[in-house]
Design a protein around this ligand. Structure first.
Ligand code: FES
Ligand code: FES
Length: 168
């Protein structure tokens, strides 16, 4: 099958690519662009480690064709913050000891980001956070510290200036 041109907007930057029509967004991110912060595991929308934001909503990039992201805004974990300007979710995960092996964490944080955006200033309950994160699996942490980190970030975000990160 021959490659076709595809323009993607990732973390606010434009990329011109040549892709096979059947390639997933995950494949393009990791193998064509070297954005390995987005993880790869089940490839069946079961584990959530491949989660990115598409127009602000959390999606499994393993089951999304790259072509389906044309003209839309993609945010990966590389675009959420950087070591000098961590997003409050990233800071909270560190502060609460919510990271062990780390493999699930990019997907977990981006899923939480999409969820907290929907909360619009409401600090969610533990049950609400657990429900929101239920599609993202973690083999290490037992989830409690992750849930606590998300709630702490929700409180922090209520008083957090938009310009403090690249992809608020
Ligand atoms: S790799 Fe996409 S959901 Fe598991
Ligand atoms: S921290 Fe290891 S899978 Fe979640």
């Amino acid at each position: 099958m021959s490659r076709q041109p595809l323009d993607l907007t990732i973390n606010g930057e434009s990329y011109q690519l040549m892709v096979e029509p059947h390639w997933s967004l995950l494949q393009v991110l990791r193998r064509e662009l070297g954005m390995t912060g987005t993880k790869e595991n089940c490839l069946e929308a079961e584990c959530g480690v491949c989660t990115v934001l598409l127009d602000g909503k959390a999606v499994n990039s393993c089951i999304l064709l790259a072509e389906q992201a044309r003209g839309r805004s993609i945010v990966t974990i590389e675009g959420l913050g950087d070591p000098e300007h961590l997003h409050p979710l990233q800071r909270a995960f560190i502060d609460h000891g919510a990271v062990q092996c780390g493999y699930c964490i990019p997907g977990m944080i981006l899923t939480a980001k999409s969820f907290l955006d929907e909360c619009r200033g409401h600090v969610p309950s533990e049950a609400e956070v657990r429900e929101a994160l239920s599609g993202t699996l973690c083999r290490c942490t037992g989830y409690q510290k992750i849930v606590e980190a998300v709630i702490a970030a929700a409180r922090q975000l209520n008083s957090w200036p938009e310009e403090a990160g690249r992809a608020s």
